[in-house]
Design a protein around this ligand. Sequence first.
Ligand code: KIV
Ligand code: ZN
Length: 387
Amino acid sequence: MSAKKIDIFDTTLRDGEQVPGCKLNTKEKIELALALENLGVDIIEAGFPISSPGDFASVQEIAKVITNATVCGLTRAVQKDIEVAAEALKLAKRPRIHTGIGSSDIHIKHKFNTTREVILERATAAVKLARNFVDDVEFFAEDAGRADLQFLAKLVETVIAAGATVVNIPDTTGYCLPHEYGSKIAYLMNNVPNIDKAILSCHCHNDLGLATANSIAGAVAGARQIECTINGIGERAGNTSLEEVVMIIKKHQDLNLYTNIKSEQLNPVSRLVSDTMRMPVQPNKAIVGCNAFSHSSGIHQDGFLKEALTYEIIAPEEVGADTSKIVLTARSGRSALAHRLLKLGFEYNRNDIDVLYQEFLKIADAKKEVEDSDLKEMANAYVAVGI
Ligand code: KIV
Ligand code: ZN
């Protein structure tokens, strides 16, 4: 069976930009949009045009410069929102309007103070109106993660009948477990009669740290689009991390899925987003954290120096990261010490290393990380006086 393409829908500039303190100006947004297009993302969600004149201008300018990717603008299921988004997207080569409304009873009752029937009507009207402006309309069923499954299926069927080309099933609150989210997608794939007329999309939040796992479970169950952000940034605990889903799909060929992302650009784009948004990446972040390719325990360093595959499932160059790093600490062993000393031009036999290792441990206990300058000083002292 041939592998299935997963469209990567990047929402760094919309959901990602909802992070407190990460406001971007239009120039910065254009720079990031071009980097995302270059990375190979299929759809760039450029903003929420009605939300502010600045966001409108950003979507409009991004629509002008992006040539290959689809450019998408978010709206509520509200006439004015849709008209404004259509205006902002007028010059896009491939415009998409992303409209939607709450689908869980919690949202229907507390946010909209209405009924399921009215939600179906408003969803239909929004999709139909958006289709008057563009051929590509995505509908989001907000809080689908907590929605009644039969009602969700009815809503999906209704918006596809109204002309939606993509239906987004957001786990807005990051509540679902992977097997639940996967079952939800499988249920929709098997029970919505017109499902072959649209594709399902996963949009998962990370409140329980499950956004990536849920998105992969959704793709395995039949969704063909994953919505994500660079470095997993986004509202509250963030969104699905683009670099994580891309590398899971790349490394697990058994999933029989693929994306068009150029993985060697993942680290450069991660750094660009982090610097532009002034939002540091946690050191242990998968794929793009500064420790993702660092080895610090003696057991790991010994194995890694014999064969990198023992402790690395990804080669750093595959994701554009710096070379793997052996960090010398009090947990390091003799082989890492000998290896680093050799790199610095000091060649020793086993007995010398045994002696030097005791010196090394004294330095390592006093410092967090032993630097090359410490090692040179130690080695030179050993040569001079035999320590
Ligand atoms: O999390 C969510 O439900 C959203 C929608 C607006 C797509 O971001
Ligand atoms: Zn979201």
